[in-house]
Design a protein around this ligand. Structure first.
Ligand SMILES: NC(=O)c1ccc[n+]([C@@H]2O[C@H](COP(=O)([O-])OP(=O)(O)OC[C@H]3O[C@@H](n4cnc5c(N)ncnc54)[C@H](O)[C@@H]3O)[C@@H](O)[C@H]2O)c1
Ligand SMILES: O=C(O)C(=O)C[C@]1(C(=O)O)C=C[C@@H](O)C=C1
Length: 365
């Protein structure tokens, strides 16, 4: 695997994180990057993540063993057209796009399609560009692999191995299934987050009182509205049928809620919030992980230098192996919230006990 020649097209948040992870975690040394602008290429050459970079496709790309297309989703299809007759027959072409049906059916309808496997790491952020990326972005995240008609066992096994080596969890899912799921849990939520922000933008007073008062709740639910508009325009147009159906369903829920409110129907309003709370409360529960269990603790922390090290050391001294630590973006100013992921239920119990004994406010989720 380490001797594979890899190309990354689109060296932004995901492409840049992938380049770093392929180099540092998989040990791949020959990485070519293609990006629209030179800024990310320059940064990745400077920190030695890539071997070479350009804004134009070139022979290094055509000689690659694996090509990851990490541009906005609709640009990926354009690259398939540009690459199809120039790459080696056994080159694995893959993408990281947030939609899968459009690209898979494009490949499946081609007369002479290249060897293609759809990919989608279920990890990211609202930040964009190479500088926003980091090696461990994919750690413990599901990484969807969607076969096309040209996917071979060898290519699927190789991609599965790479995904595991970068710290992610491979999950094989059909394109239509993927797009329905991501439509519900990612695409429509993004539209809703942006709708909420636009609502406040239109309704706010001239002196911006609403914006000033917006506290944790509004900021939690709208963080993703700061994501790349270009990326989301591409996603929405690529998955518009699923998104259309989900939006209709969502609007019906809103209408029903509005009717309950206008009718002073306390019971229906209570049931609306209760059913949502009950379902949401099960999301992070290790009892019902679909693919692998999760054992997480939330710790309230003050944002001061050394606090993460303090918690890591405390758990380390008690022989607890930490799988992952994430500072959640859901508090403003000084307070923060740290999610510590542990490998098993025993570690979860010990970690919880140790943290509480040492004066931390910790909750198993
Ligand atoms: N951001 C996320 O949370 C996330 C998570 C998983 C998957 N994805 C998917 O990953 C892909 C990349 O998203 P990102 O978050 O890295 O975006 P990004 O904006 O950080 O990076 C995209 C990069 O592609 C480059 N680019 C755009 N058009 C190009 C073209 N025609 N030729 C060459 N380079 C081009 C841009 O200059 C940029 O460097 C998208 O398909 C997105 O759907 C995003
Ligand atoms: O911002 C984040 O936290 C994300 O993980 C972004 C997110 C998502 O909606 O979950 C965005 C699009 C991707 O396709 C995958 C991940």
């Amino acid at each position: 695997m380490v001797d594979k020649k890899v190309t990354i097209i689109g060296l932004g948040l995901i492409g840049g994180s992938l380049a770093r992870a392929l180099k540092e975690r998989v040990g791949i040394t020959d990485i070519t990057a293609i990006n629209r602008s030179s800024r990310s290429i320059d940064a990745a050459l400077k920190d030695r993540t890539i071997s070479r970079g350009s804004s134009e496709l070139n022979q290094h790309v055509y000689d690659s063993d694996i090509i990851f297309i990490c541009t906005p989703v609709r640009r990926a299809i354009e690259y398939i057209e540009l690459l199809k007759e120039k790459i080696k027959p056994d080159c694995i072409l893959t993408d990281v796009g947030s939609t899968k049906s459009e690209i898979i059916s494009y490949i499946n309808k081609m007369d002479n399609p290249p060897l293609f496997i759809g990919g989608h790491p279920m990890a990211g952020s609202e930040n964009t560009g190479y500088e926003a990326g980091f090696t461990h972005l994919f750690e413990n995240a599901f990484y969807v692999l969607t076969p096309s008609k040209t996917t071979t066992d060898y290519s699927m096994n190789l991609m599965t191995g790479i995904v595991e080596k970068i710290g992610a969890i491979p999950v094989k899912i059909r394109a239509d299934e993927h797009d329905k799921a991501t439509g519900c849990i990612s695409h429509v939520p993004h539209i809703i987050a942006s709708t909420l922000v636009n609502m406040v933008r239109f309704m706010d007073s001239e002196d911006g009182k609403m914006k000033l008062l917006a506290a944790g709740g509004f900021k939690d639910i709208t963080r993703i509205a700061s994501s790349s508009p270009e990326m989301w325009e591409n996603i929405v147009l690529s998955n518009k049928e699923q998104i259309g159906g989900i939006l209709d369903f969502y609007v019906e829920i809103l209408k029903k809620f509005k009717t309950s409110m206008e009718n002073d129907d306390s019971q229906a309003i209570l049931e609306f919030f209760k059913s949502a709370k009950d379902y949401r409360d099960t999301f992070s529960s290790h009892k019902r992980g679909l693919f692998t269990p999760e054992y997480d603790i939330l710790v309230d922390i003050i944002d001061e230098p050394g606090i993460l090290g303090e918690i890591a050391t405390l758990l380390g001294h008690n022989k607890i192996n930490i799988k992952n630590m994430n500072v959640l973006n859901n508090r403003e100013f000084q307070q923060g919230c740290l999610k510590v992921t542990l490998p098993d239920p025993e570690s979860l119990d010990v970690a919880h006990k140790v943290l509480i004994e040492n004066g931390y406010k910790a909750t198993c989720i």
